[in-house]
Design a binder for this molecule. Sequence first.
Ligand code: ARG
Length: 454
Amino acid sequence: RSGVVRRDRFSGGPARGFMSSLAADERIFEADLAVDRAHVVMLAEQDVVSDEVAGDILAALDDVESAGHAALPEGEDVHEAIETAVVERVGPDGGKMHTARSRNDEVATCIRYRLREDLLDSIEATVALREALAEVATEHVDTVMPGYTHLQPAQPTTVAHFLLSYESAVARDTARLFDAYDRTNRSPLGAAAFAGTPFDIDRARTAELLGFEGTVANSMDAAAGRDFLAESTAALATHATTLSGLAEDLVIFANKGYVDLADEYSSTSSIMPQKVNPDTLELVRAVAGDAVGGLTGLLTTLKGLPRAYNRDLQRATPHAWETVDAVSEATAVVAGAVASAEWPAETLEAASGEGFSTATGVADALAMAGVPFRTAHEVLAAAAERADGETPDIETLDAVAGDVLGESLFTYVSRDRVEAALDPVASVASRDSAGGPAPEAVAAQVDDAEAGID
Ligand code: ARG
């Protein structure tokens, strides 16, 4: 009773709304009910509360659940509001629910409980994206396209090689999300305010009831620690950064006519009737900004917080919710955009030799014939200069070789060999080193990707 009176006295007055997280706590309403149930069951098993009181509390919790979050009485947060609702139904014995715990361990448990679910959703989205990337890659193992460095044509590659480069990155993003999941998946419940409790509680039991893989052992760490939030948000921000690169590549390729995005992932202009814009992918790029902002907001809030509990923590959590929502949605959008896009093979092949992107291949052919690579590089650099950004014809190449090497090009390599090196398709096929773009090298990468996804 006196607790209730004290709460009324310290209820915030004009700052009440400022202090309350009740609205934002809708996110952990179900989690809090689960935590309450597990705690009450454990208290009864340990004979800390009677089975009868525990039964009444559990029935009240069911009733509170049916009424929903919106029907909760006022409170500083969902934990207080649910407790008040239970006491309203059970009477003063309802207050036994809060024996041997604090809102500090309670909220930490709720956040971990809910975040597990959200991380699994985000992992499902990343796996679906990996499937889409691998799937489209299998259709384009032979589709030659220009490859870029510094946004300049660099060397021909294939659409499959390009897509699998992102599949590999998303695979690592997924692994990071699993790591974050593993460290999130520990129960802080029973830490109480931070300093434990004299009651004979069983922390392993509540952890088990809530499906956690064990407990966060040190009770001060359990109540105060939010590095699991930072790690999860960082994994999401890293993944969003991967997505933003893929989105940007697709925006650029769409601009050049190298990829056709499906209408449902494009948008038009309200004034310019001819426009088909890659808006969804631009929004994906922007989500990376939101995610980095979320991570920054979170870390800045956590930075310098002393042990054990400080109310700042209440404002740390929403950064993680916003980030996981935005990034999971963006991942699903990218998966859809990738799965539905068309890659026009003829346009891509025609463009794949642009900007003398076969120059390295000709230099490699000379080097394979015994010319030091640096000297071969000089020959091709001079040829590139003479051709002014275009691909030089074989006569020009031979003339330049004569200037630089003092000998004909054909002293070293056959005309056929040079022609093959200048052909983007043959150029790609020749680069069959492990992980390279040659169709057989890419086929191995497709197998690895598919095995990794299973
Ligand atoms: N709603 C708070 C949070 O999200 C938990 C309340 C703990 N309050 C307190 N004064 N110790 O962190």
